[in-house]
Design a protein around this ligand. Structure first.
Ligand code: URA
Length: 419
């Protein structure tokens, strides 16, 4: 078998076999294939499609060439919950949902990713508060036993193929492909095996699936692979038609997550709705309690600050800042107010563009070696459907570097205001 022949085969729209995909992933993991050939191959999938079987073979190979940790066979309190989103703008659900669930005594263990394309990544957000994100099996188990929660990234042992492909997809515009997304997510979910996997499939202008129909198509891929690998998945489809909450960025999203966990939930109706939807589902399914009892438990976790303290402990245990003692270091050097030049009802044209603006402020990567500016971000003062007066502030942009007026123009060009 030969890598170039496989690229040629797929570029002519022929389906790849299980053996060919296995060969690709094996050699990628062994470091035998240069990045330019891997991206050429990714591009053939991106352009010519990756069918259900190819996506399954890809998941299988990424899982096969990974260290596998079956948490259900270790002495860890069950159930063990994992939750993953297909990616969005301002999506800080993991930072909020996981400590709520963990504070109720349920184990949560999860592999996450960095920012991908225009979307943010949990790993970057954790790193913004000093967390270590690569952990060995022994360390993961120790974290779970101590504090019943961890979130880690792929490593050179744990789903190394996804670590390599994920980075390259991010930098080469080959993210939004059903097979590549489904295999990337599920290889991670099956490598670190808990008892329950919850997936949040996003659709809208801030997601990789632009429409509800596309999200259903991605669900089809996820279910197909889940069935082939004999794993149950619980999937929710949710809207990413506008950023989730008001903050987009790294430290600024952590700040919003802390504000929510501190009890200020009513300021973020969209986050609240999604958090309760997931948390109730998890509690009803795993604790066998009623909907209203589940809701009461979640209210209690937030009101009593148990969830907030669990968040602080989680971050501290992952070697991050002790936020129970120190303030969040969100102190951007530059800020710029974006004011409306009209009165009327506001709507964003594209949520992905908000993610791109955040990246241009320094909050994301364009090249592989780019370092993220954790201070960079956007605070939305107005959301879709809000009335805005001329001269009123729509958003505040933050960065460690001087923010030029082009970025402000990009922001204003991305909104429509109708009377
Ligand atoms: N999350 C992942 O882990 N991978 C993707 O490709 C998209 C979202």
């Amino acid at each position: 078998m030969n890598f170039i022949n496989i690229i040629r085969k797929k570029s002519k729209k022929n389906k790849l076999s299980k053996q060919e995909i296995d060969y690709i992933i094996k050699n990628v993991v062994m470091g035998k294939i240069p990045d330019y050939l891997i991206t050429a191959w990714l591009m053939t999938f991106y352009i010519n499609g990756c069918n259900l079987d190819e996506a399954y073979f890809l998941t299988l190979a990424m899982w096969k060439y990974s260290k596998k940790i079956d948490l259900t066979k270790l002495k860890i309190k069950q159930p063990i919950i994992d939750k993953h989103s297909t990616g969005g703008v301002g999506d800080k659900v993991t930072l909020i949902l996981l400590p709520i669930i963990a504070s109720l005594g349920i184990s949560v263990a999860k592999l996450s990713g960095k920012g991908l394309g225009f979307t943010g990544g949990t790993i970057d957000k954790l790193q913004s508060i000093g967390c270590q994100t690569e952990w060995s099996q022994k360390q993961m188990v120790a974290l779970l036993k101590k504090n019943n929660i961890f979130v880690a990234s792929q490593t050179n042992d744990i789903v190394p193929a996804d670590k390599i492909l994920y980075n390259l997809r991010d930098l080469t515009g080959t993210v939004d492909n059903y097979g590549l997304i489904a295999s990337s997510i599920l290889a991670k979910k099956f490598a670190i095996l808990g008892t329950h996997v919850y997936l949040d499939v996003k659709y809208g202008s801030g997601a990789f699936c632009q429409t509800y129909q596309q999200a259903k198509q991605l669900v089809r891929y996820l279910k197909y692979i889940g069935k082939k690998m004999q794993r149950k998945l619980t999937i929710i489809i949710s809207s990413m038609q506008q950023p989730l909450g008001k903050a987009i960025g790294n430290l600024i999203e952590v700040k919003e997550a802390i504000d929510f966990l501190s009890g200020n939930t009513n300021s973020y109706s969209d986050i609240k709705e999604l958090i309760y939807q997931f948390a109730i589902k998890i509690l009803v399914e795993t604790e066998k309690i009623s909907y209203s009892d589940a809701k009461e438990k979640i209210n209690f976790a937030i009101k009593s600050k148990k969830a907030l303290h669990k968040f602080y402990l989680w971050i501290k245990d992952q070697k991050g800042i002790d936020l129970s003692k120190k303030n969040l270091p969100f102190n951007p050097k530059y800020k710029l107010l974006v004011k409306s030049n009209k009165s009327g009802y506001l709507n964003l044209k594209s949520t992905a563009q908000i993610g791109n603006i955040c990246r241009d402020l320094g909050g994301g990567r364009i090249k592989k070696e780019d370092k993220i500016d954790f201070q960079a971000g956007i605070h939305l003062m107005k959301k879709n459907g809000d009335y805005v007066k001329v001269g009123e502030v729509i958003a505040v942009l933050y960065s460690s570097k001087k923010i030029n007026d082009d970025i402000k123009k990009e922001f204003l060009d991305n909104i429509v205001i109708k009377i």
